[in-house]
Write a protein that binds this ligand. Structure first.
Ligand code: NAP
Length: 532
């Protein structure tokens, strides 16, 4: 009982760390691992795909536990993943800054309550230099194919350059939002003005005095549109779906606050925990039929419809779906931007694009100089276009043709020694994704430990465990607002919610505290350990 209470207290005070960290048992396991490695026990070669937040987290936790036999393959020329790519004006995170760092490597001096892209990228880069990760990263190295070799218990990797590598373990840190979606609109190629996607911002292009069109209004657009509107002569927003946009309680920290959060013992941890729990309770909104959601919908509608005018119709302001079905956005400058005389909101779709403008579905031609796509990412395709061939020639993209699914979001039966960070059904609508990544990394690392401590050569999730998990997730998803009637990147074309975790993150943390041997089929060099 006392031990149990300690567990709960630890988790309450340190809600964001993985359960195995800072515990006596975890330290003992780590010490044993280090001792074996020092005595010469070989460690597996680990290929980490992507040097974004997930890949960096995996690498740091391996190093922390004495494993350095890993390589990070990064297709770009810089680390940072989504925070390297998304440099659009106004790019920021809607998770408060003191929660947006790893519990084991916190940033103690955030400059404001909600972090902006340069500061987050700086944080990730600082981790790479502080822990000398640079020696482990190969840049301009996109892994295009991974093929499992059953006989040798390893993955053969091929890079876009044609180079080949081998690794016993592969960990994907590719994430869900790495491939920009530019819709195939008729005539797009004929447009003679400038066009670019929000994740590929053309900083060399001056938008001053231009007629700008933005196609697609989601989390990215509500951040860059207010900035673009300050420069453009006219801005036309093609907003097919309306968002709930709530106030953003953002401001810079004062020097005193920064100093206190950095220096007063326990203060930063208490602040971080309070942010976590505050966000965590918002999961209530994601549950179908929540009274809080109904109240928010009513109040939001009443407030926002007051802004309606002939130029800004109610349908451009008030969503008709339950809050949370699409991501709830936060900004203070969104509605003031909509009210500017230079802003026009078009709620109908785009019919086609000409050399000089955009033709709406009702046939109106709107001349524009620049088109910016705020049309999001190929979020439900997950690891594609990477070709992954597992045991018995199974193709992962084929296995996922009706929607990606994975045990705990991180492993797929038939694909031994292959782990996914921020995989299917691990995205959130209410809390920090770094939290989820940290739990996954702790769990995967414990499996990798077994390669050293138990001589494991391959670990594969059992099909039955995967099916049970899938059934559980599918049932839980029916109780969330995400499968209600709205369009969102959480669903694939068949309407399956492939991206989101349908529970509190505390529940996810508990599930990922330690791998349960009953879920895993493990081979060692000489035998198959069937622990069922
Ligand atoms: P998004 O939320 O998926 O929004 C894309 C928008 O483009 C949607 O409103 C969609 O409308 C529209 N669209 C797509 N194809 C279209 C077409 N052919 N014609 C007209 N409209 C079209 O993408 P995002 O804004 O880039 O954000 C993606 C995710 O990135 C976010 O949800 C969030 O997780 C992350 N993000 C996070 C932050 C943060 O602060 N943490 C900031 C930015 C982004 P329909 O819905 O009608 O299809």
């Amino acid at each position: 009982m006392a031990a149990d209470m300690r567990f709960h207290l630890h988790n309450f005070l340190h809600p964001t760390s993985h359960s195995d960290s800072n515990t006596a048992a975890g330290r003992a396991r780590s010490d044993q691992l280090r001792r074996l490695i020092t005595e010469g026990t070989p460690t597996p070669r680990i290929a980490i795909l992507g040097a974004g937040a997930a890949g960096i987290c995996m690498a740091l936790q391996l190093l922390e536990h004495g494993i350095s036999s890993f390589t990070i393959y990064e297709k770009g020329e810089r680390v940072g993943g989504t925070w390297r790519d998304n440099t659009y004006p106004g790019a920021a995170c809607d998770v408060p800054s003191h929660l947006y760092s790893f519990s084991f490597a916190p940033k103690v001096d955030w400059s404001r309550k909600f972090p902006e892209q340069p500061e987050i990228l700086g944080y990730l880069e600082s981790l790479v230099s502080k822990y000398n990760l640079g020696n482990h990263i190969v840049f301009s190295a996109e892994v295009t194919e991974a093929v499992w070799n059953e006989e040798r218990s390893l993955w053969a990797l091929e890079l876009s350059s044609g180079a080949t590598h081998e690794a016993e373990v592969v960990v994907s840190g590719l994430g869900q939002l790495n491939r920009p979606n530019i819709p195939q609109i008729a005539g797009l190629d004929t447009f003679t003005g400038t066009k670019f996607h929000s994740a590929q911002w053309d900083h060399s292009h001056d938008l001053h005095g231009e007629r700008v069109a933005v196609i697609g209004i989601g989390a990215s657009a509500i951040q860059f549109v207010p900035q673009v509107a300050k420069l453009a002569a006219e801005i036309t927003l093609f907003q097919r779906s309306v968002n709930y946009v709530a106030p953003k309680p953002d401001r810079p920290f004062t020097r005193l606050q920064i100093s206190a959060l950095k220096n007063v013992p326990g203060l930063r941890q208490a602040y971080r925990s309070s942010i976590y729990w505050r966000l965590e309770f918002r999961f209530r909104l994601m549950k179908k039929g929540s009274r809080l959601g109904a109240m928010m919908q009513r109040k939001f509608g009443e407030e926002v419809s007051k802004m309606a005018s002939p130029n800004l119709p109610t349908e451009a302001l008030v969503p008709q779906y339950t809050p949370g079905c699409r991501r709830i956005l936060i900004a203070n400058d969104w509605y003031p931007t909509l009210l500017r005389p230079q802003t026009r909101v078009v709620t109908e779709g785009v019919s086609r694009i000409t050399s000089t403008g955009i033709i709406t579905e009702s046939g109106e031609e709107i001349p524009v100089d620049t088109i910016i796509f705020g049309t999001g990412f190929h979020a439900t395709d997950f690891l594609a276009p990477l070709q992954i061939t597992g045991r018995d020639g199974q193709d992962l993209n084929h296995a996922w043709k009706e929607g990606a699914r994975a045990f705990l979001g991180l492993a797929v039966s038939g694909f031994p020694n292959f782990f996914i960070l921020y995989g299917p059904n691990t995205n959130l609508g209410h809390n920090s994704i770094l939290f989820m990544i940290e739990q996954q990394v702790g769990y995967i690392r414990e499996i990798i430990d077994g390669f050293v401590t138990k001589g494991v050569t391959s670990a594969e999730v059992r099909e039955r465990s995967m099916e049970n998990f899938d059934a559980e997730i599918s049932a839980a998803l029916t109780k969330t607002v995400w499968n209600e009637d709205c369009s969102s990147w959480y669903k694939n074309s068949q309407g399956r919610v492939t991206n989101n975790w349908p529970d509190y993150t505390v529940a996810y943390k508990q599930r990922l505290a330690h791998p349960d041997q009953r879920d895993w089929k493990t081979n060692t060099a000489s035998q198959v350990l069937d622990l069922e």
